[in-house]
Design a protein around this ligand. Structure first.
Ligand SMILES: [Zn+2]
Length: 283
C-alpha cells in the first residue's frame, strides 16, 4: 500500500464530505454543538445526518435539522428500544415525516442487535419488519443497524423487499462476502472510523474492494472515534480521518473519495449537499 501525502490544504476547494450517521441529539454534544458544527465546516463536512433512536430522539433530530441548515434528520426506533415502541409510536413517527418532509431524509436506525439484546431477538425481528413496511410506505431510504445478526438482517431485508428507496448498512461490520450480498440488494455500505484501527482487517478489505459507487462514510458520533482519537468523544469533523484512511487503502486521491461518497449520500438521501455558510438557521 502506498502512502501518498494527504494534506487537507491541497484539497480542491469544492471537496466536501457528508457524515451520514451520527447522534447529535445526545447529551455528549449539548454544551458545544455550535463549535462542533464549525469544526465540521472547517474540514469540509458540510452535511450531517443525525439519527433518531426512539421517539424522543427523533423529535430532537428534527429540531436540530430545523435549527441548522447543514443538518438533516432520520427517524425511527433502534433495535435496543423496540421493547418500548407501540403502534402509537409508529403513528407519531409517520405524522412527523408528513409534517417535516423537508427535514427528514431517511428512516432509521432500525435493525437487529444480537450483541446487547436489550430487546428480545424475536421482538426485534417483528419491529424490524414493521418499520421496513413503514419506511416503504413513507418512501424513505432505510438506515440499518446490524450487530452479530447478518443472516437474519439479510433474510428480513429480502423478505420485506424490494425497497424502492434503497438503504444503507450503517457501521458495516461484515466481511467482503456479506458486503457483496448487501450490495446485490442495491444497498450502500457505510464505513465507520473503525476502518482506521490496525486490526480491522475485514473492514480494510471491504473499504478497499467494494465499488466506489456503493460506499458511504460516517462517524456514528459520539461513539467509535477513529484513530488518532480512539476512545475519545467522536464528532462529525472526524469523518475526515475515516475518509483519509479509505482513500489510502484504495490508493486514490482524497478528493475523489470525497466527491464519490458525497454524491452517493446525495443520491440515497435525496438532498442537495449543503453549501456554506454553515450553521445558519433554515428559512
Ligand atoms: Zn447510530
Amino acid at each position: 500500500m502506498k502512502d501518498p501525502e494527504y494534506d487537507m490544504r491541497t484539497l480542491p476547494s469544492r471537496a466536501t464530505f457528508v457524515d451520514t450517521h451520527c447522534h447529535l441529539d445526545m447529551s455528549d454534544f449539548e454544551d458545544d454543538l455550535a463549535n462542533i458544527l464549525d469544526r465540521a465546516l472547517v474540514q469540509g463536512v458540510e452535511s450531517i445526518i443525525t439519527i433518531g433512536i426512539d421517539l424522543a430522539s427523533s423529535h430532537r433530530a428534527i429540531e436540530l435539522a430545523r435549527q441548522h441548515s447543514c443538518i438533516f434528520a432520520a427517524i425511527g426506533v433502534h433495535p435496543h428500544d423496540v421493547h418500548s415502541a407501540t403502534e402509537a409510536t409508529y403513528a407519531t413517527l409517520e405524522a412527523l415525516v408528513t409534517a417535516n418532509h423537508n427535514l427528514i431524509v431517511g428512516y432509521g436506525e432500525i435493525g437487529l442487535d444480537y450483541v446487547k439484546k436489550r430487546s428480545e431477538p424475536e421482538l426485534q425481528r417483528q419491529h424490524f419488519r414493521r418499520q421496513l413496511e413503514i419506511a416503504k410506505k413513507l418512501r424513505l431510504p432505510v438506515i440499518i443497524h446490524d450487530r452479530d445478526a447478518h443472516t437474519d438482517t439479510l433474510n428480513i431485508l429480502k423478505e420485506c423487499g424490494p425497497l424502492p428507496q434503497g438503504g444503507v448498512m450503517h457501521c458495516f461490520s461484515g466481511d467482503m462476502a456479506f458486503a457483496e450480498k448487501i450490495i446485490d440488494l442495491g444497498f450502500y455500505i457505510s464505513v465507520p472510523g473503525i476502518v482506521s484501527f490496525k486490526n480491522a482487517h475485514n473492514l480494510h478489505d471491504v473499504a478497499r474492494m467494494i465499488p466506489l459507487t456503493s460506499l458511504l462514510i460516517e462517524t456514528d458520533a459520539p461513539f467509535l472515534a477513529p484513530h488518532p482519537f480512539r476512545g475519545k468523544r467522536n464528532e462529525p469533523s472526524f469523518v475526515i480521518h475515516t475518509a483519509t484512511c479509505i482513500a489510502r487503502l484504495r490508493d486514490i486521491p482524497l478528493a475523489d473519495l470525497a466527491h464519490a461518497t458525497t454524491a452517493n449520500a446525495a443520491s440515497l438521501f435525496h438532498f442537495t449537499p449543503h453549501e456554506p455558510p454553515h450553521s445558519t438557521p433554515r428559512s
